[in-house]
Design a protein around this ligand. Structure first.
Ligand code: FAD
Length: 446
């Protein structure tokens, strides 16, 4: 180990942070998880990433690759292993003005991207939070405020530069290593360290953004009407319904229909939003024209010891009515978790199931529950949560890796149906036969 470390020190231009070092405490944490790695390596260049991957591979220690550090299961850190923290690789550059091609460092956050692209009148549909990483969000999907118009973040990926397990730097695109390009669009961090992403961005104007709220007592009718409307709504409209917001009264909280209309034409926006306003008794409506970069929330780091538990499942058309009936009942009952239902049809569903390693294309909705608190509180809430998911299970199909707090075999099977998993496992064997990149919803080399 000592000689490997000496070799690393000679060739590595970034920071090597070890226990006891000034930065160790913050560097050992990811956003939602406290870790105690033996080494946090913070590369500044692709050559540094290669050296870090070589060191991790030779050390026999567990490896975590950290982009924005927001993974719910805490994939961005570990105990006793190596963390490659990509936060210094965050350059954002428009490389082709005409085709709106943008090259983004593998450790950038979506807030950095939104701010940088605003100056060019461009945006990429990402997530809803500034501090979330481009890496983790894109590699497993990316469901953001323009998802119905432009699809998932990964649907807008054109190429990636990847350091694979043997240290080689390869390009993944439709022309070069297309198997790898297929796999990284949904297969998470299983295949290597993405040091740069190349996206096709979209011209953007200010967008109409906000929420329309309705009484909890109208939850059933509002949710059903909302889901029906999304089937025919213009794709410029992306929407999330939420129930039982703990900061607004829990089970008595109003039903919130969050909307983003992609465009600054007030008449078109009203036409798209009026059916939402007619869903029930409007308690509040704060929809306003807002710069796209400002609609992303800042995001917060919970204090150490606070756990956030996210669970999710997809809903296909035939299961929508019964799922929403259950959610309206649960969301207005004591002890409900925060429930968010995201509309994911539109452009997402126009991509064939097997075109990328994200196979959940036929879903109309995604249901997410969020609970949080100190461990005893989370444990006490678990049986109630299990009961809710037990009721929902017959209606749901599959799961989105990015909103799962666990990574059990069942989770991996929900994220990757057998056909997708099998194809990923074959590609994994080619690019990472020793499973160095295992800090993720892990696909084992076939
Ligand atoms: P990390 O913990 O750094 O990484 C997550 C995984 O990706 C790890 O396995 C890591 O090894 C791998 N990885 C990251 N970067 C790279 C890279 N460059 N190369 C190789 N592997 C890499 N998701 C949505 O789709 N839409 C949302 O609106 C949304 N909002 C969210 C809001 C909050 C507050 C939180 C906590 C999460 C949200 N998510 C959302 C989920 C988010 O997409 C996942 O948590 C995602 O994994 C975060 O990526 P990250 O890079 O920040 O995390």
């Amino acid at each position: 180990m000592n000689s490997a470390l000496e070799t690393l020190r000679r060739g590595f231009g970034g920071d090597i942070i070890e226990p006891g070092g000034a930065e160790y405490e913050s560097a050992s944490r990811s956003v939602l998880t406290t870790g105690s790695p033996a080494y946090v390596l913070r590369p500044k260049t692709v050559e540094d990433v290669r050296a870090a991957v070589g060191f991790a591979g030779g050390s026999g220690l567990a490896l975590s690759v950290r982009g924005g550090g927001h993974s719910f299961p805490g994939f961005g850190t570990n105990h006793g292993g190596v963390v490659i923290d990509l936060s210094e690789l965050a350059d954002i550059e428009v490389v082709d003005d005409e085709r709106h091609l943008v090259r983004i460092g593998g450790g950038a956050t979506w807030g950095q991207v939104a701010t940088a692209l605003a100056a060019h009148g461009l945006a990429i549909s990402s997530g809803d939070t500034r501090s979330v990483g481009v890496g983790g969000l894109t590699l497993s999907g990316g469901i953001g405020w323009k998802v119905r118009k432009y699809g998932l973040a990964l649907d807008n990926l054109v190429a990636a530069e990847v350091v694979i397990a043997d240290g080689e730097v390869v390009t993944a695109s439709a022309e070069q290593n297309p198997d790898l390009f297929w796999a990284i669009r949904g297969g998470g961090g299983n295949f290597g360290v993405v040091t740069a992403f190349e996206f096709a961005a979209h011209p953007t104007t200010d967008v109409f953004f906000g929420k329309v709220t309705f009484p909890a007592a109208e939850a059933g009718a509002v949710l059903q009407g909302w889901a029906d409307y999304l089937r025919t709504a213009p794709e410029e409209l992306t929407s999330i319904a939420s129930l039982a917001n703990p900061f607004a009264g829990g089970p008595e909280a109003p039903v919130e229909i969050h909307v983003a209309f992609d465009g600054d034409d007030a008449e078109l926006a009203d036409r798209a939003l009026d059916p939402i306003r007619r869903l029930g008794t409007v308690l509040d409506d704060d929809v306003a024209l807002t710069p796209y970069a400002d609609i992303l929330e800042e995001g917060a780091t919970p204090p150490p010891g606070i756990q956030l538990v996210a669970r999710n499942g997809f809903v296909e058309r035939e299961s929508v009515p019964e799922t929403l009936r259950i959610l309206a009942e649960v969301g207005t009952s004591p002890g409900s978790p925060l429930i968010a239902v995201r509309g994911v049809g539109g452009a997402v569903s126009k991509v064939p199931d097997d075109a990328t390693a994200y196979p959940h294309r036929r879903a109309e909705l995604m249901v997410v529950t969020l609970t949080g608190g100190p461990q005893p509180v989370v444990e006490a809430a678990r049986p109630g949560l299990d009961a809710i998911w037990g009721r929902l299970a017959p209606q749901l199909s599959g799961a989105y890796a990015n909103f799962l707090s666990t990574a059990t075999e069942d989770d991996v099977a929900a994220v990757y149906p057998a056909k997708t998993y099998h194809r990923l496992a074959g590609i994994k064997r080619r690019y990472d036969p020793e499973n160095l990149f295992a800090g993720n919803h892990n696909v084992l080399p076939e």
